[in-house]
Design a protein around this ligand. Structure first.
Ligand code: 0A1
Ligand code: ZN
Length: 881
């Protein structure tokens, strides 16, 4: 909690520490009421640091029990303790410092540092949690070799884990057990981890490309032991992929994953000991949906890939967070693309960027991929750092090509192995390995906001040429007024009237930045100025332009195309991403029209959709995406001002119109895709289920036969993908009694499986039909709800505020009030979760006035609370500024 106004920290103020910590030896004495931590630090003066002889260590919520320097107790005159620091004066070049602290894991509800989850102990140290364990230089540029001793009652905590390799396991005289782990790799404190509990594990092995035999283990609470196979398989596939695609292999003899129920985020890449939110690792066919399986695969890969992009090469300071996160998201996205459909993965990612990241970039928390200041770093684990950061790395990949990018990543890893570096170092490796100058490109890291690119075309019959004029402009964002033009890679194609791609010939030498204007193989234009005209020649007919294929840059595009051209591209564009994009634009237009009046599906569109639904040669996952309406949140990003009720109405009408016009085809498509094969979480089956269940959702909107089919599927299936899809269809049926009966049956069946209960909570809380205020209030009182568990909070309050938009935006402001109440409550117990829940309220300026004012009033109410955490204070104060 804060005592004074929280202060910003600035990138420009970075300086190296005065001391390094070469060795860190920790002893954890896990007792019932408290844990005593003894830290022995080997301090060495940094010749490049200031030479004041003062060491200022970070520490929070610690009880200091003892302090010795080189074996002598430190006199009180030599050190000062504040709420957040321990300062020691009069130090020389080298010392052994021993610090004894007491901490209280059982009452740690913030879930940072060492805490208890169920019957186990676990840690979360990124970004600044280690300072809740002992006094330390808790900053990522201080890297140390860690030895960890864990002492506990061996019968209650038979499993005791930390980073690295287990080097000793002994019984103490008092009957307790002491286990020792040594991690030979130097690492910052944020990668430290400890786990102790009564856990079971599933084990496997992996042989690396150089022949190292690695033991793989996933630790879980006993009831979850049948849910580890998929993650273990995903881990092995990730390890092989990183060897094949990046030439990176694993570097310890053991790699462990632990599943915990109480976790603020998805997972954490602690060296050799990844800790996962149980929802991001545990799965079996009966309890996890296909979407959950894919999420697990992606997160297992993400955390594993961090072993190189994050751990071997880490961040100098937290302003460089995207160095590891943007790059690692790019890596896990490429992995998922290789495992499933690359186009579908691209669509998924673009949806996320357009819906969530563009919103952040256009709101009060907008920040560059490399921020230049923050109040609370935990607030900067954002879609901008992660997803936009990944897009920026992806643009470098587009510019350099796969081979050039690999040369750059090899140089980066080799040059900086074992170091804590900056985003600048990453880009420099890419430049040096390829002989290119990316100075202009680096603006993507520095400038916040989403560039808007407008395009105008002029076909000149006499020249048989198409003139394409592009203009770019990036809006002002908090603290950044007047942006410079950026280097935007524009991948494009020209389509002939028969639907085939035309050869693209561009007039040369219209470009800067030392790149060829046109890379014909990748068909990427380099658009680097505020306005540029590109001329395409040899065109006997005016072509249809397909711009920003493969979502080649995270920009907003203003380019008028007629409904006929959009429909044509939905049918013929050779770029799968742009087929989808054309369809979405068309649907956005329909939804816009349908806000005002009843809607009927145009006949030409109906015909194209019939074709899609009946062509069995198409990838069913792709067909499903092409026929899925944009979400209300996606539509909101294309609306100004945002009227959530009009969006809801428009979307509902279009959905009904599509369902009615294609009822027969949806029914037939469903029947065709019903399978009696045993469930497997593998790509082809997943793709078929995606389309089958989309068909069911439309079918059941328009006819009783569809509802009957949903009911049959609900009661007969052996897998959660089909059961959940059926449940959603029944909820959307409009028959409240049927919806409630189905929900009751579902709860009856799954009440003992906490992860399934979370799905049960969120399917109601996020529902446009059911997610009313009174239901949310009931769920908050339900036996299954727990204010200490972030997954439960996300399943009820998060789902409500982010998905059940027509209820959250209730005109009387009651939805906003409920959210603000939750935030105020959580501010005191779990500030990170409280702060994350604030996101929907940060959008108040974009709403229609009657809603905007009510939302603002709730933000003001939060702002007026005493004892705001730094996390909540930062978001609220920036939102109201
Ligand atoms: N580095 C992790 C994400 C993470 C960040 C912060 C956490 O606690 C505050 C936990 C996890 C990742 O990228 O997966
Ligand atoms: Zn990460």
């Amino acid at each position: 909690m804060r005592d004074a106004q929280p202060q910003s920290i600035y990138l420009k103020d970075y300086c190296q520490p005065e001391y390094w910590i070469s060795q860190t030896e920790l002893t954890f004495d896990l007792q019932d009421d408290a844990t005593v931590v003894t830290a022995v630090l080997t301090l060495e003066a940094n010749s490049a640091g200031a030479q004041s002889g003062v060491l200022e260590l970070h520490g929070q919520q610690l009880e200091l029990l003892g302090l010795t320097l080189d074996g002598d107790v430190l006199g009180t005159g030599r050190y000062t303790v504040t709420d957040e620091t321990l300062s020691i004066t009069g130090l020389a070049q080298q010392h052994f410092l021993t610090i004894v602290t007491r901490i209280y894991p059982a009452t740690n509800t913030a879930l940072e540092g060492l805490y208890r989850s169920g019957g186990m102990y676990c840690t979360q140290c990124e970004a600044e949690g280690f300072r809740r364990i002992t006094y330390y230089l808790d900053r990522p540029d201080v890297m140390s070799v860690f030895t960890t001793h864990i002492i506990a009652d061996g019968s209650r905590y038979p499993v005791m884990l930390s980073n690295g390799n287990c080097t000793a396991d002994e019984m103490l005289a008092d009957g307790r057990r002491k286990v020792t782990w040594l991690d030979p790799h130097r690492k910052p404190a944020y990668l430290f981890a400890l786990v102790a509990g009564d856990l079971l594990n599933k084990e496997d092995r992996f042989t690396t490309m150089s022949g190292r035999d690695v033991t793989l283990k996933i630790f879980v609470e006993p009831q979850n032991i049948d849910k580890t196979d998929y993650a273990l398989d995903a881990l092995k596939r990730s390890m092989r992929w990183d060897e094949e695609v990046y030439g990176r292999e694993y570097d310890l003899d053991i790699f462990m994953i632990v599943a915990v129920d109480d976790f603020n985020m998805g997972a954490m890449e602690n060296k050799g000991l990844n800790i996962f939110n149980s929802s991001c690792v545990l799965a079996n066919p009966a309890t996890a949906t296909d979407a959950a399986y894919q999420r697990i695969e992606a997160i297992v890969a993400h955390e594993y890939f961090h072993n190189w992009s994050g751990n071997r090469v880490t961040c100098r300071d937290w302003f460089q967070l995207s160095l590891k996160e943007g790059f690692t998201v790019f890596r896990d996205a490429s992995f998922s693309a290789d495992m499933h459909s690359a186009t579908v993965k691209r669509i998924e990612d673009a949806k996320m960027v357009r819906t969530v990241q563009f919103a952040e970039d256009g709101g009060p928390m907008a920040h560059p991929v490399q921020p230049d200041s923050f109040i609370e770093i935990a607030n900067f684990y954002t879609v901008t750092i992660y997803e936009k950061g990944a897009e920026v790395v992806g643009m470098i990949h587009k510019i350099l090509g796969a081979e050039g990018f690999r040369k750059g990543s090899d140089l980066y890893f080799d040059r900086h192995d074992g170091q804590a570096v900056t985003i600048h170092d990453f880009v420099a490796a890419m430049e040096d390995a390829n002989g290119v100058d990316l100075t202009l490109f680096k603006l993507w890291y520095k400038q916040a906001g989403t560039p808007v690119v407008s395009a105008a075309v002029d076909y000149r019959e006499d020249e048989q040429a198409l003139y394409l004029t592009l203009r770019q402009q990036c809006p002002d964002t908090p603290g950044q007024i007047g942006k410079q033009p950026m280097w935007i890679p524009v991948q494009l194609g020209l389509i002939a009237a028969d639907g085939q791609d035309l050869p693209v010939q561009v007039a040369p030498a219209l470009n800067t930045a030392g790149m060829e204007t046109w890379t014909s193989a990748s068909q990427v234009l380099h658009f680097t100025e505020a306005e540029q005209t590109f001329v395409f020649s040899g065109l006997a007919q005016p072509p249809v332009l397909s711009l920003f294929r493969d979502f080649s840059a995270p920009v907003k595009v203003e380019f008028q195309q007629s409904p006929q051209e959009l429909l044509f591209r939905l049918q013929h564009d050779s770029d799968g991403f742009n087929r989808w994009d054309a369809g979405q634009r068309l649907m956005l237009d329909w939804i816009d029209q349908a806000r005002l009046d009843e809607f009927e599906l145009p006949e030409d569109a109906r015909q194209v959709m019939v074709q899609l639904l009946t062509d069995e040669t198409l990838d069913p996952a792709m067909v499903s995406y092409l026929l899925t309406l944009p979400s209300e949140a996606y539509i909101a990003e294309f609306s100004d001002p945002v009227d959530p009720h009009a969006i809801h109405l428009g979307r509902k009408r279009v959905r009904l119109a599509m369902a009615m016009a294609l009822n027969e085809q949806f029914a037939a498509c469903y029947q065709r895709l019903v399978s009696h094969a045993e469930y497997q979480p593998e790509p082809q089956q997943m793709a078929a289920r995606t389309l089958k269940n989309l068909a069911l959702s439309y079918w059941s909107v328009a006819s009783d036969a569809g509802i009957r089919q949903a009911l049959a599927q609900f009661g007969s299936t052996d897998n959660m993908t089909d059961q959940m899809a059926a449940l959603v269809a029944l909820i959307n049926s409009g028959d409240d009694e049927l919806a409630q009966q189905s929900l009751d049956a579902f709860y009856q069946q799954w009440q003992n499986d906490s992860l399934v209960v979370n799905q049960w909570l969120s399917v109601q809380s996020g529902s446009a039909d059911l997610g009313t205020l009174s239901r949310i209030q009931q769920l908050l009182e339900h036996e299954a709800f727990d204010w200490r568990n972030p997954n439960k909070i996300r399943s009820v309050i998060g789902a409500f505020a982010n998905q059940a938009l027509c209820h959250f935006h209730a005109v009387d402001g009651s939805g906003y009030e409920l959210l603000a109440d939750a935030i105020i409550r959580l501010n005191a117990t779990n500030p990170q979760i409280a702060s994350r829940l604030l996101t929907p309220l940060t959008k108040w300026r974009r709403l229609i006035p009657e809603l905007s004012e009510q939302m603002k009033a709730q933000l003001e109410r939060v702002a007026a609370q005493p004892d705001l955490s730094r996390d909540v204070y930062e978001v609220v104060s920036k939102s109201l500024a």
